[in-house]
Design a protein around this ligand. Structure first.
Ligand SMILES: *Cc1c(COP(=O)(O)O)cnc(C)c1O
Length: 348
């Protein structure tokens, strides 16, 4: 086994997925981008295994791919774009539900010809990303007879306070006053969603979930890299592509995983706490000084990169005072699953 490896405790992961799916009626799994590290195919298969008949993807291209192995309904989350021929093609598929975020697009969809396109109408939220402002919602009256309106979509910011519940309530009421259709939420806290779903009644609320579903049981997921080589080095000896001198005696440890795997590409965190801000400041500052802490843990500690990661391997430094690992050892590595590309995924 070499390369960057994701090891999944299958029973634990499946138990978590099933428990969440049972607790959240109307859940719509989201599979987009790198498939949260698992790949779109795996997530589509898990959705089928859960007995769920709707899967959300990000783009028309992802919808086209997922269709090959998921036989339920597919929701495209990014706003429908009339100038994209792939988006137009997907809107003609009776299995696909598109998201319309502008009145002009509703008009174009209504005039597409063929069967009525299935659409979710997006309501603009405090995110201010996409959607119709509340005062424009009534205008859907003009087009609604030519469309199959499957619901309203309400995509909220990530807030830990009560504001999402308040906003969901306000926008939900405004939308329902215009047209009675299910409300599809994103990032509404689960407890608030469950209360809302109970109030609206069966089939009237949906909750799209990616991270909380797929990555919500971190104990079931383990990421490791392999030690590929170990070399002793003396202070001042040069190392790597950039021939930087070693700061001290020790070892150069060559580990699997590089930029192709998303190593060294840290997605920005929201850095909520003072401590996490301090950490990102510290690592940024060290990077500016030409050194960066790597995501690899050797003997219980994160170790420094000798230089920026290569495409498929990385060089990290170990001080002389420790026993170096052996070639073939597996090391824990911290990567964000939403940007990682694993060389292998192992179910145990
Ligand atoms: C990506 C996406 C989600 C899923 O987000 P997570 O934070 O991963 O749960 C939900 N809704 C919309 C509209 C999205 O684009």
């Amino acid at each position: 086994m070499t390369g960057l490896t994701l090891t999944i405790d299958t029973t634990r992961w499946h138990d978590h997925l099933r428990a969440l799916a049972e607790r959240v009626p109307g859940i719509v799994p989201v599979a987009k981008g790198n498939g949260y590290g698992f790949g779109l195919r795996q997530l589509a298969d898990e959705t089928t295994r859960l007995g769920l008949r709707t899967l959300a993807v990000g783009t028309p291209a992802e919808a086209a791919e997922v269709k090959e192995y998921f036989d339920g309904d597919i929701v495209i989350l990014l706003p429908w774009e009339p100038n994209d021929p792939h988006a137009v093609e997907q809107a003609r598929d009776p299995r696909v539900i598109v998201t319309a975020s502008r009145l002009t697009d509703l008009e174009i969809l209504a005039n597409l010809g063929g069967d009525r396109p299935r659409v979710l109408v997006e309501v603009l939220t405090s995110m201010r990303r996409h959607g119709l402002p509340v005062e424009d919602l009534q205008a859907i009256d003009m087009w609604k007879d030519f469309l199959a309106i499957e619901g309203w979509t309400i995509h909220l910011p990530m807030r830990g306070d009560n504001n999402n519940r308040v906003e969901a309530d306000k926008l939900g009421r405004a939308a329902l006053a215009v047209f009675d259709a299910p409300l599809w939420f994103s990032h509404l806290p689960t407890a608030d969603y469950l209360a809302m779903a109970a109030r609206l009644g069966e089939g009237k609320a949906r909750l799209r979930m990616g991270t909380t579903l797929w990555l919500g049981e971190p104990g079931a997921l383990k990421t490791t890299a392999t030690v590929l080589d170990v070399h002793p080095i003396k202070r001042g000896q040069r190392v790597g592509y950039w021939q930087r001198p070693a700061a001290a005696d020790g070892y150069v440890v060559v580990v699997s995983g590089g930029t192709a795997n998303g190593i060294g590409l840290e997605a920005p965190t929201s850095a909520k706490t003072l401590k996490s801000r301090a950490v990102s400041f510290a690592t940024g500052a060290l990077e500016a000084a030409g050194r960066a802490l790597s995501p690899y843990t050797i003997l219980g500690e994160k170790r420094w990169f000798a230089e920026p990661p290569h495409m498929q391997s990385s060089l990290v430094m170990l001080p002389a005072k420790v026993d170096p690992p052996n070639v073939g050892d597996e090391l824990p590595v911290d990567v964000r699953n939403t940007i990682a590309t694993f060389d292998q995924i192992i179910f145990v």
